[in-house]
Design a protein around this ligand. Structure first.
Ligand SMILES: [Zn+2]
Length: 213
């Protein structure tokens, strides 16, 4: 009996992550997500089942409020002409990390978000507020804690990439690339920066979390 209790205690996560809710999933978004998945992945479902990749982003928007608002609408705003060819569904992620390290939960973990062309069907998205070459130490710590927590909860997660790495065919995650719409082009990204991903991987390594790029 005592041995059983000890085993349970040892299995508890090292880091506890506090997440603030900012839910954006609506019935309309669900329907648009389902359309997106059918068109781009040939799957008539908005479900994110057994996700394999975590993608780290930065919003290039300097405030939390503006960052959260960008993901709130179900449909793309008129300004995103670049993405309209891919469908009406607005961009969306599962988490937003503020400059002070506060973590906000937007999409449920079992719903596909539109944040990385070719991989949304199997990817969890984490956005960081701001960028221009610099994210904060608090954001670095929060991203590491969040990734560690996600990996413990979802054993299917195997790859961790920065958005700028998603088009790199030489990286292992690229084997999962799937895009059925021939006219939907890959884009060039720089977020969240090479320096941030390098530091994040070092920090995760110290916690024993090793993920392939
Ligand atoms: Zn991005």
């Amino acid at each position: 009996m005592k041995g059983g209790v000890l085993a349970l205690l040892l299995a508890l996560p090292v880091l506890a992550v506090t997440v603030k809710p900012f839910p954006v999933a609506t019935p309309a978004r669900l329907a648009l997500t389902r359309q997106y998945c059918l068109r781009h992945y040939g799957r008539d479902s908005a479900a994110l089942a057994a996700p394999q990749i975590i993608v780290i982003h930065a919003t290039e928007v300097q405030t939390l409020e503006a960052s959260l608002q960008a993901f709130k609408a179900d449909k793309l705003p008129p300004a995103r002409k670049d993405l309209r060819a891919g469908g009406e569904l607005n961009v969306g992620v599962h988490f937003v990390v503020d400059r002070n390290g506060d973590i906000y939960s937007l999409l449920p973990l079992d719903l596909v978000g539109r944040h990385v062309i070719g991989f949304n069907y199997t990817a969890i998205g984490i956005e960081n507020v701001g960028f221009s070459g610099h994210l904060t130490p608090a954001q670095l710590d929060a991203n590491a804690a969040l990734v560690e927590d996600l990996v413990q909860r979802l054993p299917s997660l195997h790859y961790l990439i920065g958005h700028y790495e998603y088009t790199d065919r030489s990286l292992p995650h690229y084997a999962l690339f799937l895009e059925r719409a021939a006219d939907y082009r890959l884009t060039q990204k720089s977020d969240p920066g090479k320096d941030f991903m390098k530091k994040l991987r070092v920090l995760l390594g110290k916690h024993g979390v090793m993920m392939e790029p």
